[in-house]
Write a new protein. Structure first.
Length: 468
């Protein structure tokens, strides 16, 4: 029998397994997982094979580098394989801690909570789960219990996760379709305080959950909205939940995006993604003392809300390492500076390209929106795309950025003519210049009226029509 200290006799060899069967990746996904993923990747030419990654770059088998302007949907805030986070994980594994005993108070969760709360001093306690949607689910449950009310308000076009509770506050109909009935929640327009007050007047609202900058389309809450919403909510006995799953931990040039506006103190804050360091899933819900004490009101309720893998040592070690790097390497200031440079240079291109309609966002969360051209030369081509499916032009830009310039980006949402840039927060002037050179080349091609981008557009149109 193999001892617990030496598992080499099991015959498991991860490197050999990947070497022998890594080439089957698309077949395995098609047969055993989401079969539409390989199909989609092949259709848009994103079926690249990346061998390794480091910092803000991927590398293929030939050693070509690919600039990552997507950061795993924001998970890779510090880039891939940051050495401080790697070392923390090696250290915690080597420590052989007695983890997840369930009847213990290990130090790492308390230390991570303490460090997180230092960035939002008006909050007092933390619940650790495993993902952003779990963080939102926790906030929804806590808000409903603390207020004794059933209804949650959310903003149109919001995205807060895809589990049933989070889906109930998801503003994208495509995600909600077919999963009803959901929780009794109501959408209000982002920035519309009058609509918010009208719903609050009904007296059954527990909270408003809001992204300070919406991931779908990259729309920022108007100046004064978050502060005004908080005042209205508190006046009516309801809570403000800030979803900082994507915007938090420096993404927008402040530690939290709600901190861009003075006087905003949410009652609950949800974080995840970048807190993981890109390794171990983690989510956190920060809240006021009275809310937690109401939920956990007695020893009988000590496990009324819990998560089997929440507060595990690996996730806590990764989170502590991430916060240390953010502070030691001045990540927030760097993201603000790189974001200002990138956004300023992109805005300057608006006069050059009639298809480029808007550039918006904060820090390293930037939306590039395209719109109908004024020239006769391009109007027909644009109309052809829009008739087939809205959002195809943005996809036409994303594809050559990857295929010709080796830069990974994403369209910001279904049927949106918006590209969202959420690169690792460690990028600098070199990466900004590389993206701008590539983007300019693609837009020059698009505005020529011919070129590869429109040839690819015809292919997308045929596929969109065939999919109907």
């Amino acid at each position: 029998m193999t001892s617990t200290g030496d598992m080499t006799g099991t015959g498991f060899d991860l490197a050999r397994l990947l070497a022998e069967r890594g080439g089957e990746r698309h077949r395995l996904h098609t047969r055993h997982l989401n079969h539409q993923l390989p199909r989609m990747l092949h259709t848009i030419g994103f079926d690249k094979v990346y061998e390794r990654a480091e910092g803000a770059y991927f590398f293929d088998a030939d050693g070509n580098d690919y600039l990552d302007m997507l950061a795993g949907f924001g998970v890779m805030g510090l880039g891939r394989h940051h050495p401080v986070v790697r070392k923390a994980l090696h250290d915690v594994l080597d420590a052989s801690l007695a983890d997840l005993t369930r009847f213990d108070c290990p130090p790492l969760p308390g230390l991570l909570a303490e460090r997180l709360l230092a960035h939002s001093p008006h909050l007092d306690r933390v619940f650790f789960g495993n993902s952003g949607t779990e963080a939102v689910e926790t906030a929804l449950k806590f808000a409903r219990y603390a207020t004794g009310r059933p209804r949650i308000l959310y903003c149109s076009h919001a995205f807060h996760g895809l589990t049933v509770g989070s889906l109930s506050v998801n503003g994208e109909p495509g995600f909600r379709e077919g999963f009803a009935p959901l929780l009794p929640d109501t959408a209000v327009p982002l920035g519309d305080l009058a609509a918010l007050e009208a719903e609050l007047a009904r007296g059954d609202v527990a909270a408003l959950v809001v992204e300070p900058i919406q991931g779908k389309g990259v729309h920022e809450a108007p100046p004064g909205y978050l502060r005004g919403a908080r005042e209205l909510l508190h006046r009516h006995g309801a809570l403000l939940i800030a979803d900082e799953v994507q915007t938090g931990l420096g993404r927008t040039g402040d530690f939290y995006a709600y901190q861009h506006e003075d006087g905003v103190e949410p009652d609950l804050v949800c974080v995840a993604k970048a807190l993981s360091g890109g390794y171990v899933p983690v989510g956190a819900t920060l809240g006021r003392d009275w809310i937690f004490k109401k939920v956990y009101s007695s020893m009988d309720r000590v496990l009324v809300h819990s998560a089997s893998f929440g507060s595990n040592a690996q996730a806590m070690a990764a989170g502590l390492a991430v916060l240390s790097v953010i502070e030691d390497e001045q990540i927030v200031a760097g993201a603000r500076a790189a974001g200002e440079l990138l956004k300023t240079r992109l805005i300057a291109l608006k006069d050059r390209y009639e298809l480029l309609h808007d550039v918006r966002g904060r820090g390293l969360m930037i939306g590039i929106e395209f719109g109908g051209p004024s020239s006769l030369k391009l109007r027909g081509r644009w109309a052809m795309l829009q008739a087939a499916r809205k959002g195809l032009f943005a996809q036409m830009v994303v594809v050559p950025l990857l295929q010709k310039h080796r830069i990974l980006t994403q369209v910001s949402g279904d049927q949106l003519e918006v590209i969202k840039l959420i690169p690792p927060l460690i990028i600098g002037e070199r990466e900004v210049e590389r993206f701008l050179a590539a983007f300019t080349a693609v837009m020059d091609d698009a505005h020529s009226g011919g070129g590869l981008i429109w040839d690819f557009g015809k292919t997308l149109v045929k596929q969109a029509i065939a999919a109907r």
